[in-house]
Design a protein around this ligand. Structure first.
Ligand code: GDP
Length: 371
């Protein structure tokens, strides 16, 4: 220790700052306390016990939230050994899944998704049962984290013992993130969650992913200054089974009603949805809890309608098929690009294609090993 800067005070067990010597006046420097390396020398770093797939499945089927969370963590992990375990857990849970209402909820940031999910969630839990709130955040690939599905955004729901809230998986492409969320739905259902909300931000592609894993797709809108229909991609409106206009409260009611009329007439211009259900447009206020019953009456009507006409089962089967092919597509791509020899071959082919010495098609087929 350099004695020019500090001197050890044996009575107090700390180093005395040199500026506290008599030649300095005016200022004193409080001396710090040296922290012992560890308060409890016997304490070992806490290690989480890992569970076998069979233990996880047993816990999930009992509705054990800790086991469910641990299994979801495996699903989200990129480590191959975790993925293998996750697959085993999912396969064993599959026979116990499928028994929930899966509801997709989308809307632009600020539309009131979290406020509404909080209220809608408490509403469905009033009738008993359990609710899982999951999320697909299209930006999570970049931000490596997600605010969607964040517990802090759903204050009341997050304290409810029958609500399981899980933010968006963060790793990988949108397709990968969506697949993990779909697998998480299976685990939640096996754990007895009979209501599942899947939230996403209204930016386009992520809606398609959510739509491909839910039974009812809800679009949350807010009334603007007469430009309600702007910025909403036609494709998103086509996916909606219900458009709900939030913030229909105070002096915003008239604007919300106007937006409702505009959406209704816009929907009439769209082709009839395959379910045979005519999408409805309702006004409500998540914040003041106005019109919540009406929104859920619509959803109840919808589920009765699609159960009676067989669309519920048909859509679920279609979705399972979609996810099989979607997974084949993404796995083929991943295996192709992850091959360590491929990078050099790709660079070489790219050079030949760019200098016009090889056609893009021949190059592609050669790389795929087909020529
Ligand atoms: P999200 O980004 O879609 O999750 O939107 P939030 O739920 O965070 O809501 C965005 C803002 O709108 C917040 O300041 C809310 O308090 C407000 N808000 C949400 N729902 C309503 C509503 O029904 N009426 C009014 N007046 N404000 C609302």
């Amino acid at each position: 220790m350099d004695n020019n800067t500090t001197s050890f005070d044996p009575h107090h067990g700390h180093y005395e700052h040199p500026e506290n010597s008599a030649e300095y006046t005016g200022l004193t420097v409080n001396s710090g306390v040296i922290q012992p390396p560890c308060v409890n020398p016997y304490m070992k770093p806490r290690r989480r016990r890992s569970f076998t797939p069979a233990e996880l499945v047993e816990g999930i089927l009992k509705g054990d939230v800790t086991m469910l969370s641990r299994a979801v963590t495996l699903v989200e992990s990129v480590a191959p050994e975790h993925q293998a375990m996750a697959r085993e857990v999912i396969e064993k849970c599959l026979p116990y899944s499928g028994n929930s209402r899966r509801i997709g909820i989308t809307g632009v940031p600020g539309a009131g998704k979290s406020t509404s999910i909080d209220v809608f969630g408490l509403h469905v839990l009033r009738d008993g049962g359990k609710l899982a709130v999951l999320a697909i955040d299209p930006s999570s690939e970049r931000t490596k984290g997600s605010i969607l599905g964040d517990k802090t955004r759903m204050e009341k729901l997050s304290q409810h013992p029958d609500a399981f809230i899980r933010p968006s998986p963060s790793a990988g492409s949108l397709g990968g993130v969506a697949r993990k969320t779909r697998e998480t739905i299976i685990l939640c259902e096996a754990a007895g969650y009979n209501n599942v909300f899947v939230e996403t931000v209204g930016v386009g592609q992520s809606e398609t992913a959510v739509h491909s894993m839910v039974d009812f797709f809800m679009l949350i809108q807010i009334a603007g200054a007469g430009d309600e229909l702007q910025g909403i991609k036609r494709g998103i409106m086509e996916m909606a089974d219900g458009i709900v206009i939030n913030k229909a409260d105070g002096d915003n009611i008239d604007r919300a009603r106007l937006a409702q009329a505009q959406f209704k007439s816009a929907l009439q211009l769209l082709p009839a949805p395959p379910s045979g259900w005519q999408p409805e447009v309702l006004c409500y206020s998540g914040y003041y809890e106005i019109g919540i019953d009406e929104v859920w009456e619509m959803i109840d009507r919808y589920f009765k309608f699609i159960t009676d006409n067989g669309f519920f089962e048909r859509q679920r089967r279609e979705q399972a098929r979609y996810w099989m092919y979607e997974t084949i597509d993404s796995e083929l791509r991943r295996r192709f690009y992850d091959d360590s020899d491929r990078a050099a071959a790709l660079a070489n082919a790219e050079r030949l294609v760019l200098s016009n010495r090889l056609s893009p098609f021949t190059a592609a087929l050669q790389l795929l090993g087909e020529e």
